[in-house]
Design a binder for this molecule. Structure first.
Ligand code: RAM
Length: 544
């Protein structure tokens, strides 16, 4: 208790050192409430099923697949000096702590051993040289570990938490004067979600059942002591990921306390001027990624809180966090010009709008739409809390922004919304005009059906953006097409062998990576888990 007190004080001091802190009065209690809602991690001991070999196959995802080669005994009964290299397959994606036991079989260990372990979520990670490393994120995310073993005949655990299905083991250094073998290996898998079955109607297709199952696996793996974005990378809480995970959680595990914890944590770690940080870390003490602000994510925090309140009826939390809601709206309104258009240059400084990983995407229409959507959602929240008088101007601003969007952004000849100085046509622009209600369902349907056939239209790059596309299709009454899209896109990953859904998936380019190196992509990613939400929320569309 004392330690928590001191740490809280430290966080508060470091966040408020140089400026007047708008959350001064609430910050400590928010962080305390986040701490109280911290879930326990459940542990499961997993063992590998068998050994596999890598097979290069142009038809396999990223050119590689595995096939069973031998039983585990083929490793456990033989000197590893003879075997030298194996790949063990745990049969499913796991997140946890890997341990192994080496046993002396001849004479006495007289020198250290040097063994390389490469943990992989997908087969290509086992077969793509990591160096020289071309990626833009840290090389250290890749899960290869060289372990020097000075003492065998005991269990050794790799300290770093890992996220994988396969482990390749290579012997790099050994003594000629003693021998040893692998006697065992395990992974202590951790998650704050328990295995559950989410029932589906008897009429649900096999494809939908599989998508539902993989979706649940993905979410479960990401549910740790916060909703992580990816258990392999970035291993932290991002607002955009939280929003989609919490939606999926409401229709599956129903661990609402985890959502509550994340909402409080983000609030408690917001900057002193009231803006949320886009992502936060838990250890060694909760702290944000300082200077990381993403306006679309900040607005989605408000929507997340609204959905949380609807799912739980927990007014106390929503009331507590109400100042955060108003501050995110205030910040965003600072970018609205006198024509009621979002103007990214209205304020000085760096503005980060995310929406999707797709090079060249123009985000002007999307943010105009999201602002209308977030203003309306935030006002709905205000009404649920009896605070609508405080923010009575919001609906009017939303209306004016919607009207401005129609007159400034709609190309009535083509029947689509166009974005930015080059009048870019993208799927996401249509999506956000539909979700905001700027486009009527009929206009939205027409716009989407037009862009689907435009060869140059900018299409989504990540499941994160596909989520909003499916949601928009449903809103536009395109139920059959929404189902077809979900089955083709997420089902496409299943067909290509996904145990969990990937951070980035472009059916036209399996090597797409926002980080210039596909092995550093995350292959179990929070924002990709939402099929379970759609399948459960709209059974008449997806389960028939
Ligand atoms: C990446 C991660 C994360 C996402 C951010 C914007 O770093 O994939 O999930 O929220 O981008």
């Amino acid at each position: 208790m004392k330690k928590t007190g001191i740490s809280l004080l430290f966080i508060i001091l470091s966040l408020s050192l140089f400026a007047q802190d708008v959350y001064q009065a609430e910050r400590a209690s928010w962080l305390e409430k986040a701490e109280q809602a911290k879930p326990a991690l459940m542990e499961t001991i997993c063992k590998p099923l068998y050994l596999v070999r890598s097979v290069q196959d142009p038809d396999a995802f990223q050119g590689w697949r595995t096939e069973k080669s031998e039983e585990m005994d083929a490793l456990y009964n033989i000197s590893f000096k003879e075997k030298k290299e194996v790949i063990a397959d745990f049969g499913k994606h796991i997140t946890g702590y890997y341990s192994f036991f080496l046993k002396t079989t001849y004479r006495t260990q007289d020198a250290p051993l040097r063994i390389k372990f490469t943990f992989a979520e997908v087969p290509a990670e086992l077969n793509t040289p990591f160096d020289p490393y071309p990626g833009t994120l840290s090389r250290a995310w890749l899960q290869d570990e060289i372990v020097t073993i000075t003492q065998v005949d005991q269990e050794i655990t790799i300290p770093r938490r890992l996220s994988f299905r396969y482990v390749k083991i290579e012997l790099l250094g050994y003594s000629p004067d003693f021998d040893f073998r692998f006697a065992d290996m395990t992974c202590k898998a951790v998650s704050s979600a328990q295995d559950i079955q989410v029932p589906l109607a008897a009429t649900a297709s096999e494809e939908i059942k599989e998508i539902n199952r993989v979706s649940l696996e993905t979410l479960k793996e990401c549910m740790q002591t916060v909703y992580e974005d990816g258990p392999k990378r970035d291993m932290r809480l991002w607002i955009g990921d939280l929003y989609l995970e919490s939606l999926a959680n409401t229709y599956s595990f129903k661990n609402h306390d985890l959502t509550k914890r994340c909402l409080y944590l983000l609030a408690g770690l917001a900057s002193t001027d009231g803006r949320l940080h886009a992502n936060v870390f838990e250890n060694p003490e909760p702290h944000p990624q300082y200077e990381s602000h993403c306006l679309d994510y900040s607005l989605l925090y408000n929507v997340t809180l609204l959905e949380y309140l609807k799912a739980t009826g927990d007014k106390e939390t929503a009331e507590d966090l109400w100042p955060v809601v108003t501050n995110q709206v205030k910040e965003a309104l600072g970018f609205v010009n006198d024509k009621y258009m979002f103007d990214p240059y209205k304020k000085e400084g760096f503005l980060w709008l995310f929406f999707d990983w797709r090079d060249g995407l123009d985000r002007n229409v999307a943010i105009q739409g999201l602002m209308v959507y977030a203003l309306n959602s935030s006002y709905e929240l205000a009404k649920m809390l009896g605070k609508e008088k405080e923010v009575k101007e919001w609906p009017e601003i939303a209306k004016k922004m919607a009207k401005a969007a129609r007159s400034e952004l709609y190309d009535s000849k083509q029947g689509v919304f166009v974005s930015g100085p080059d009048n870019q046509v993208s799927y996401l622009s249509q999506v956000w005009m539909i979700l905001s209600g700027v486009a009527s369902p009929a206009e939205g349907k027409k716009a989407l059906n037009t862009v689907f056939w435009m060869p140059d239209a900018v299409y989504p790059g990540a499941p994160y953006a596909y989520h909003y596309l499916i949601e928009a299709m449903i809103k536009a009454g395109m139920n059959d097409q929404a189902k077809e899209y979900l089955v083709t896109y997420w089902g496409g990953m299943v067909k290509k062998g996904a145990d969990t859904f990937w951070e980035v998936y472009d059916p036209n380019n399996e090597y797409l990576s926002p980080y210039n190196f596909f092995p550093v992509n995350s292959y179990c990613h929070a924002w990709s888990c939402t099929p379970v939400y759609f399948i459960q929320k709209y059974p008449e569309i997806f389960q028939q």
